[in-house]
Write a protein that binds this ligand. Sequence first.
Ligand SMILES: [Zn+2]
Length: 669
Amino acid sequence: MTAASSDLPVFSAIKPAEVEAKVRVLLDANRAELERLLSVPPSWKSVVEPLEEMQHRLSRTWSPVGHMNGVVNSDELRAAYNACLPLLTAWNTDLAQNERLYQGYETVLRTEGAQLTPGQRKLVENALRDFRLAGVALPPDKKQEYKTLVEQLATLQSKFDENVLDATNAWSRHLTDAKQIEGLPTPIVDRALAAAEAKQLTGWLFTLDAPNYQAVLMHGAHEPLRRDFYHGWTTRASDQDGNAGRWDNTALMDQILAVRNQVANLVGYPNYAEYSLATKMATSVPEVRGFLEQLATKSRPVAQQEFDELSKFAGRELNAWDVAYYAEKLKRERFDLSEEALRPYFPLPRVLSGMFAVAEKLYGVRIAERNGVDIYHPDVHFYDILNADGSRRGSFFVDLYARGKKRGGAWMDECVGRKQLGGGATSLPVAYLVCNFMPPVGTQPSLLTHSDVVTMFHEFGHGLHHMLTRVDYPSIAGINGVAWDAVELPSQFMENFAWRAEVLPMISAHVDTGEPLPDAELKRLLGTRTFQAGMQTVRQLEFALFDLRIHSEFAAGGSSKILQTLAEVRAQVAVVKPPEFNRFPHSFQHIFSGGYAAGYYSYKWAEVLAADAFSAFEEGGIFNPAVSGKFLSAILEQGGSKDAMDAFVDFRGRKPIIEPLLKQLGLAA
Ligand SMILES: [Zn+2]
């Protein structure tokens, strides 16, 4: 094997003004190369490997641009990004619709199928499936229609995101009455104070980022402020957000659903949900609906009980903006514990090093920070994952604090995919881990809530899946080629460790005293895990059923159908009744602009897989090397080179069952 190459992106050299030209040059080169390889007899060597190479090269150029557009957005970069989107979509559609290429892959399977490794075979079969989904069998005019629709969709989805970002950024509250901020955690108040000072204002200036929103909803004692933030958050980019429709996503949502439905119909599926399931572990809409409704049946009575209990505790009828506040109070009373009070025990540096130690113990690797790497923002750090022999396995960037011009939420994304083709240099996998935690204030490090900690374990689980892969072909390495509804298995699996008594002392140390989380606190924290698990479950089921239904029942019509479906789903599963003005779907980026369209159920589906996988660790000891070694080799290292069900059965010795999840959530009868 030749030495590993390590060409990381040079973020500082990315000039928005040059992005489009560079992408055009690369795409032209790819097109010329494609012509050349299609002129020779098709084989694994002559078609499949060069194509893997080409896509890998393109992804390495584009990934840092897309990443920066998400985390250090600017008008110039956004314009460049948007200019490239149709070009890239057109290239991918050209590839996906290339009949000669399709025939090439068919020839490879027919003539070399017997010699291919199972992974290589899976790659070719995936490609053939995707060709069919992309309408390769369509007549030329239909092909053109398909291409136009896909480009349209990319633009619509990008606009949806922009509206959410702009509407969010446009919202702020300048408060001057101390009564209004009563109950809010000090770090949140300090941040708002600093923001006001920066604008020469007295009092406090709040933006609508996730930490502020969550803090107000959970801790704000002043009900009008909670209602105000709730209104701001749940009406973003809608007809109700007070911006006179400037960023209203209503029409876009209809257009997105309509275009998706057309795409599905064009290649022979009755609706977009069935089209979406063609590449997933689940096999049909009724199967998924049945799965979700079965979980709803188990969890709704528990959720209703929890909600009644909460209303009783509050001594009043609860509005949607009251639920988190009273839940936090009840939780505090019951467990004598507040999320905020535990922040000092979870300084970010300690959590990171402890989380790395967990991965090191489980998988026999070492994680080391590397300085001097080109980064795009001073908050960013870079780490290598090293094998036991000191060789590099993969690397990752971490970008963990909330800031302006950065998309909300937390995610892992691919920077570089693993690649080893025909004895050439090995590209090692590189990942981005992004969160939106409260930034450090003054000299104090960022202090996390335990749910922040769980979020970080989740994203790191994705990162490990991407970085520990042993697969050589980029399109099936790491998270690539893994069915969407199985891709959350490694991340949700990893969350379990953040709850273990064996792990908590590794990830906690009081910011002032260095003391680990005291035993009593630890016991109480563990007790909170199933607190209101029924309510949380029905909320996820509400999103999942809503998503599945709007994508399987689409009929051309007005926006009311979206809200009507949501109302029906809520009547079926929800226990908290939201107010009339709630326009949650208008900022539901997962399904309207992200990759979860008709796939939101995947979270629960994968939770079942993750809880069942983790139950093997509970049986064998959570740091039992035999169990973790098997998980590493059967699941993490396999990436998309194997069918998700087969990989699971390899690890667990049987198909997944639902009981470990119900037990984990305290929903088991
Ligand atoms: Zn995830």
